[in-house]
Write a protein that binds this ligand. Structure first.
Ligand code: SF4
Length: 178
């Protein structure tokens, strides 16, 4: 197991005293730098900053950041949810580290594709089959890795084949772990 112990701080950011959102930081006693390229290879929408030894990820509207000796999360609903989220991230890291022989590490920095580029490649019919009111709101969630291309059923129609191929080339759409 890579991470066996950590110290946890859960707090409301000073800019929103009494606010409803919480942040949490897990301070680690081991360096997790080596696991970051494996997380980069397996987490949909992760952005790896090799020079800074850091990785960011957005999951369920929460901004997550992984550094050598620290994991942070923000925008969490309450104290218990923040504790649970950090616990889940620790387990994710340990699981990824244990599986590293099966994963090809990815040292590339993948930027999120531009929103308008994504939007223009969608069918733009606002049919709502994806659960979003408009193709534009779907595009926002796709860029943030909160939706996947598979959730837009019309993209599989033959007339959209070229657009689907273009989207598949630029959208980070790999299955997430955990
Ligand atoms: S399912 Fe596709 S075409 Fe329909 S609203 Fe969602 S993104 Fe637009």
């Amino acid at each position: 197991m890579l991470i066996e112990h950590y110290d946890l701080d859960v707090f409301t950011p000073p800019c929103e005293p009494g606010g409803e959102k919480f942040s949490a930081i897990a301070r680690l006693t081991v360096d997790i730098s080596e696991v970051l390229p494996y997380l980069n290879a397996t987490l949909r929408g992760a952005i790896y900053y090799r020079a800074a030894n850091a990785l960011t990820w957005k999951k369920g509207g929460h901004n997550l950041a992984f550094h050598a000796y620290q994991i942070a999360t923000g925008n969490v609903e309450d104290y218990d949810a923040a504790v649970k989220e950090i616990d889940g991230l620790i387990k994710l890291i340990n699981r990824t580290w244990e599986r590293r022989a099966e994963i090809t590490p990815d040292f590339e920095t993948r930027q999120r594709p531009p929103l308008m580029t994504i939007y223009k490649l969608l069918p733009q019919t606002n049919c709502k089959q994806c659960g979003e009111p408009t193709c534009y709101s779907f595009a926002i969630k796709l860029v943030a890795s909160q939706k996947t291309l598979a959730e837009c059923a019309p993209l599989t129609e033959p007339q959209h084949a070229a657009k689907l191929a273009a989207l598949q080339a630029i959208v980070i759409d790999a299955p997430a772990i955990g």
